[in-house]
Design a protein around this ligand. Structure first.
Ligand code: GDP
Ligand code: IMO
Ligand code: MG
Length: 425
């Protein structure tokens, strides 16, 4: 049984989608295990750019089956839209290729309204969510008032569950936030119309993934968000509402420990974050602007889901090392080495002042001063390089330092967004 779990090691947007696509060349099943359309995964093949929020990035390769697992929360309207847009780009999306777990939870317009109302009520203390209804949908799941996809297969039960969920939300919207309630009749009508289209895709995906693993097939578990956004181990409360660490791939897909496992940690060569929360190595000024880009390049640092400019900083080795250990990362995939071209001096955070025991409180609120090791940069455009030995010496030094610091091999180095722009080591 071979399972390859791909996770983000930072605050999201490390390039997971790009890597899952790359690794899917040899995959049979590619499965999302948590989160919802708060994720935005961009893949570039030739001149074609695919932006995926829910559908696993591996689906672009024609031999794969995509699974949206039990641990996810799925907005059916976003899903249908994404299915259509992929079809428009020539990808075959049918009931044989795309499976939704019967246990996945459904996001409703009331969850979006609640997300918006909560964020507004928090004022300056807001989380900076993607306002996709993720938190409220997971709250509904935890308090056992959520709607699952298999409910769609029994109309009477579905109506009962959806009504209960919407009525709860409307009470909260009006009484707690003084907001407009959602129109239950209109939502019901809209959601009933999805049943016929989505029903053929609903499956026991736990059994599907287990069957694949037992048959010796190659299964990729596609992480969304990043480990520092994990609800238990991230920078709480500035986190998402699901678990984004590697261990949750097993829970979110409904499988046991596989015989063979690799955990691929995706690391961007610098650090970014959207939304609020601590960010010890955050940068402002010219270097931050250079790393962010001005929005003219497809890969510039503006949110795929929200369009917000991402906060920028130097790579934080302290957090990375902790994430690598906690997730049992076995190999690293580096992204955006090319974006560092032209930066005279690159800083890599290797410690904090004060150092002892600061990591977990730091994630929540403490301000620490990063201690940096400085690396000389390079000016060459490296986007066409495909061999390690052709990289400028200074780029090699920086990559080697990350590898030595984390104690895990850097197996792939991405030097551009396109599928082929990668160096294998
Ligand atoms: P994800 O959420 O982790 O999948 O990452 P996103 O797709 O949100 O953000 C990563 C962005 O960087 C996308 O626009 C990718 O096309 C782009 N990208 C990925 N790897 C590289 C790389 O090595 N170089 C450059 N220039 N862009 C990259
Ligand atoms: P991918 O998969 C970056 C962040 C939001 C916010 C916090 C909570 O593309 O890496 P939520 O809407 O989940 O309740 O927001 O989490 N966030 C992400 N940031 N990339 C993502 O996904 C994210 N998904 C959620 O910006 O700070
Ligand atoms: Mg993203």
């Amino acid at each position: 049984m071979t399972l390859q779990i791909v996770i983000g090691t930072q605050w999201g947007d490390e390039g997971k989608g790009r890597f899952v696509d790359l690794l899917s060349a040899k995959a049979d099943v590619v499965a999302r295990f948590a989160g919802g359309d708060n994720a935005g995964h961009t893949i570039r093949i030739g001149d074609e750019v695919y932006k995926l929020h829910l559908i696993p990035s591996g689906l672009i390769y024609p031999q794969t089956v995509g699974v949206i697992g039990s641990g996810t929360v799925v907005n059916p309207s976003v899903l249908l839209h994404e299915m259509e847009s992929l079809r428009g780009a020539g990808v075959i999306v049918n009931q044989n290729r795309l499976k939704i777990s019967y246990a996945a939870h459904m996001i409703t317009p009331a969850h979006l309204a609640l997300d918006r109302a909560r964020e507004a009520s928090l004022g300056k203390a807001r989380i900076g969510t993607t306002v996709r209804g993720i938190g409220p949908a997971y709250i509904d799941k935890a308090r056992r008032s959520g709607v699952q996809y298999h409910d769609l297969l029994d109309m009477d039960y579905f109506k009962q569950r959806l009504t209960q969920s919407l009525e709860n939300a409307n009470r909260e919207l009006t009484l707690l936030y003084g907001a407009e309630p959602v129109d239950i009749v209109a939502v019901m009508e809209e959601y009933l119309s999805y049943a016929e289209i989505l029903a053929p895709h609903i499956a026991d995906t736990s059994a599907l993934v287990l069957d694949a693993l037992e048959a010796g097939k190659h299964v990729i578990a596609e992480g969304a968000q990043g480990a520092l956004l994990d609800i238990d181990h991230g920078s709480y409360p500035y986190v998402t509402s699901s678990s984004c660490v590697a261990a949750n791939a097993l829970v979110g897909l409904g499988i046991g420990m596989p015989d063979e496992l690799s955990v691929v940690g995706i690391v961007k060569t610098f650090q970014t974050r959207v939304g609020s929360g601590p960010f010890p190595t955050e940068l402002e000024g010219e270097t931050a602007s250079m790393l962010r880009g001005d929005g003219t390049q497809q890969w510039d640092e503006f949110g795929t889901t929200t369009g917000r400019p991402r906060r920028i900083g130097w790579l934080d080795g302290m957090l990375l090392k902790r994430v690598v250990r906690m997730n049992g990362v076995t190999e690293l995939g580096l992204t955006k080495l090319d974006v560092l071209s032209g930066i005279a001096e690159i800083q890599f955070c290797t410690d904090y002042k004060p150092s002892e025991g600061m990591i977990s409180p730091l994630l929540a609120r403490k301000v620490v001063e990063p201690v940096y090791e400085t690396f000389q940069g390079w000016d060459e455009d490296i986007m066409d390089i495909t061999r390690w030995e052709d990289l400028p010496q200074n780029a090699q030094r920086y990559v080697n330092a990350i590898e030595a610091y984390c104690g895990v091999p850097v197996r792939w180095i991405s030097v551009g967004p396109e599928r082929s722009q990668v160096i294998y080591r």
